[in-house]
Ligand binder design. Sequence first.
Ligand SMILES: Cc1cc2nc3c(=O)[nH]c(=O)nc-3n(C[C@H](O)[C@H](O)[C@H](O)COP(=O)(O)OP(=O)(O)OC[C@H]3O[C@@H](n4cnc5c(N)ncnc54)[C@H](O)[C@@H]3O)c2cc1C
Length: 337
Amino acid sequence: MKINENVSLKDLNTFGVAANTKYLCEITNLQDIEALFEWRSKHNLPALLLGGGSNLLFKNDFEGLIAKVCLSGKDIAEEDDEAVYVSAAGGENWHEFVRWTIDKGFAGLENLSLIPGCVGAAPIQNIGAYGVELSNTLHSLQAVNLDNGDILEFDNELCKFGYRESFFKSQALDKLLITSVTFRLPKKPEWHINYAGLREALEGEVLTADVISQAVISERQRKLPDPAQIGNAGSFFKNPVLKVSEFESLKSEHGELPGFPQNHNHEVKTSAGWLIDQCGWKGHRVGDAGVSDKHALVLVNHGNATGTELWQIAEDIIASVEDKFGITLEPEPRVIK
Ligand SMILES: Cc1cc2nc3c(=O)[nH]c(=O)nc-3n(C[C@H](O)[C@H](O)[C@H](O)COP(=O)(O)OP(=O)(O)OC[C@H]3O[C@@H](n4cnc5c(N)ncnc54)[C@H](O)[C@@H]3O)c2cc1C
């Protein structure tokens, strides 16, 4: 495993923040994983796994080893009367994998089209979009324990998925390297199109995975700033999930507050974007750090913003939403201090 020293991360995170890492290596096979395991046991420095860098904010330079997961390969693992099982290695590009399944005639991942990043990172925050989460189709995954080299298999239940949550995020961050993920894609597809924007775009269409995927792609391109044009990490805050009584009390003061019932009507998810917009943040800019003028939930780097400058805006947003609505927003990307 080759380790490079003092490398810029600018092209390795979608915010385009110009932090440096002390060491950088690539994980392309099992030997590299063993070498990473050994490196971790010998050095008293942090080690961070990296996919596409689309859910990270580097506040400062990273004083340790960043291991970019580049494991590749995808195949049809199994098939029975009801479903096909498809697998992809942790370093595969997520969207290319989704499109590969659709081109093979399989359905189930279409709503998750165009989410940036790699397959191995997708379970970390249980990626979700347009009413579907990864947990709906994830069958199992393989991971290597970086503390002892053991190879582990997790079924869907063991992953302990929640809204932008998983076992890997809450209890095993940086300890398990996800090497491959297997999905169960039912042969009788169930379409999920009851999501504002998607429903309208698909009116009158004959539904197929490809048609839905194309509609999702157009909606995302219309709504979200493209990291290739302007640095960002997608939604910067999670949508708050409130108790019904909390939601109703806020709704009585703010009639337009959006609400989506959750967990059999015990809770209500509201829109972080709406809350931020009400505080007047859309299009706000300080130097090169700012809030997208397309979407209040997206922080943007207009060019040379530092992680600290972007984080300052995030903290100011959290304070103002707390002040106006009494809700504490939680960041969705991982902030590396
Ligand atoms: C424009 C844009 C739109 C987005 N839209 C969505 C959306 O609709 N829904 C959504 O859920 N997310 C969205 N995101 C966030 C992001 O795309 C996802 O969280 C994605 O899964 C991150 O993948 P990544 O490979 O870039 O992970 P990284 O940012 O590289 O890493 C994220 C975390 O995963 C860990 N990690 C990475 N690879 C591995 C591995 N192989 N094993 C173990 N740990 C690993 C890292 O250490 C880190 O903690 C969006 C981001 C952008 C920029």
